[in-house]
Design a protein around this ligand. Structure first.
Ligand SMILES: CC(C)=CCC/C(C)=C(\C)COP(=O)(O)OP(=O)(O)O
Length: 396
């Protein structure tokens, strides 16, 4: 088949890596017991005693170190005129590492052909920087590059197929294009002469070449269940994209509840499915999909994507066919100002982060080093995603 080359919360137990036994399988029996139907989780560690300190948004050019987010804070954002976002603190800002990943990412983008006439802008977007901010538990450039490539390829499908009219995005062409993406990521079994035609189509579109190449890189680092986790989450996300396309095509605005339900399956949860792969370990599928774990990662992913909607209001309102955006939809539905709608979205975001924190506390007693590391990874992702949205050129 075709393949190309603030208020800081001293979070008690939640803020630290587990001190118990670690390594794959060390506590498999205890974990299996703890997640079996009807089991009650062991008591979580004490996470009380919050220390609260307001922290302004202040990008720093220095390495902050640490693989673990040091706790939660109320963080200023934008021009500072809105209520703060309650978020984890960023664990690591390492501009040298980010540059190394971004340089390799741009060389890859050039090879596969995405953003061909706008590589400088693509470079300034800094998907490599996003990977280094969101995955502070590794310094491995190749693994960070993998995270950056998969995200950049998803974003290319978003820009070229779903959102950017000037890049050829079209609501009616979107569903068949997304169906081809799944063939680029997960080659169907040979179908005689039709396979050659499929391969030709996959080679003809840079977005598909990028997704195919990123997935090939993924297969070199991930287990089969991790690879299929990525593929299945991608197609789950694309169901929501087809809903947005229908609304755009019909020039209908969905009610907020309906958009939010779609957005919850089209969130940075998708990006978070890379956390253990980029970290160089595996969270077992039965733990990843354990309902309380699933809910926690969905809470983190939804919070992180509301940060995206907050930062992209202007960009999304400006397209000939405006995108769905939670702020714009709240303003329309409530008949309120954008400022008021932003405050509502901030408060919704903060509730999701607090919900994640509560889930993390509830899960803190589960004796799996991989699970605890993954939850810290989701915490770090929210912080890194915020840092990136605050500084990338993409939303300027
Ligand atoms: C594309 C990708 C990494 C998927 C996960 C999160 C997600 C669905 C997006 C960031 C796409 O949402 P949106 O189209 O609002 O993003 P932009 O504002 O265009 O960056």
């Amino acid at each position: 088949m075709f393949e190309t080359p603030e208020e800081i919360t001293a979070a008690g137990e939640v803020g630290r890596l587990p001190s118990g036994p670690s390594g794959l399988g060390t506590s498999a029996a205890r974990v299996a017991d703890a997640i079996r139907p009807g089991a009650t989780p062991p008591p979580a560690g004490d996470s009380g005693g919050c220390l609260r300190v307001r922290v302004p948004y202040r990008p720093q050019a220095v390495r902050m170190g640490g693989p673990i987010s040091p706790g939660y804070a109320e963080r200023q954002w934008g021009d500072g005129s809105y209520s703060p976002l309650y978020l984890p603190m960023t664990a690591r800002i390492d501009d040298d590492l980010a540059r190394a990943v971004d340089d390799r990412l741009v060389a890859w983008a050039e090879r596969v052909g995405i953003y061909a006439d706008r590589l400088e802008a693509f470079h300034a977007t800094g998907f490599g920087r996003l990977a280094t901010l969101a995955h502070p538990d590794t310094d491995d450039v190749d693994l960070l590059l993998l995270g950056a490539q998969v995200n950049a390829a998803w974003w290319a499908s978003d820009d070229y197929y779903a959102d950017e009219s000037d890049l050829g995005a079209s609501p009616t062409k979107l569903p068949p294009r997304l169906a081809l993406v799944m063939s680029a990521m997960d080659a169907p079994p040979p179908a005689g002469k039709y396979t050659a035609q499929l391969d030709e189509a996959l080679r003809a579109d840079p977005v598909l070449v990028a997704l195919n190449s990123a997935t090939a890189h993924l297969r070199r680092h991930a287990t089969p269940s991790q690879v299929m986790r990525i593929c299945n989450t991608t197609s789950q996300m694309y169901v929501s994209w087809t809903a947005y396309a229908a609304w755009r095509h019909l020039k209908e605005l969905p009610p907020v509840w309906r958009y939010l339900a779609a957005r919850q399956h089209d969130s940075f949860y998708t990006s978070m499915t890379l956390i253990d792969i980029v970290g160089g370990y595996q969270l077992d599928a039965n733990l990843f999909y354990e309902p309380r774990v699933h809910r926690a990662v969905m809470q983190a992913g939804t919070a992180a994507v509301i940060v995206n909607d907050l930062h992209s209001v202007e960009k999304e309102a400006a397209d000939d066919l405006p995108d769905c955006n939670v702020v714009l939809l709240i303003a329309e539905e409530e008949g309120c100002s954008l400022q008021e709608a932003i405050e509502t979205a901030v408060s919704m975001h903060n509730d999701f982060v607090r919900g994640f924190e509560a889930s993390q506390r509830e899960l803190a007693g589960l004796p799996s080093a991989e699970l605890q590391r993954f939850l810290h990874g989701a915490q770090a992702w929210m912080a890194g995603g915020f840092e990136w949205h605050s500084s990338t050129d993409r939303y300027k």
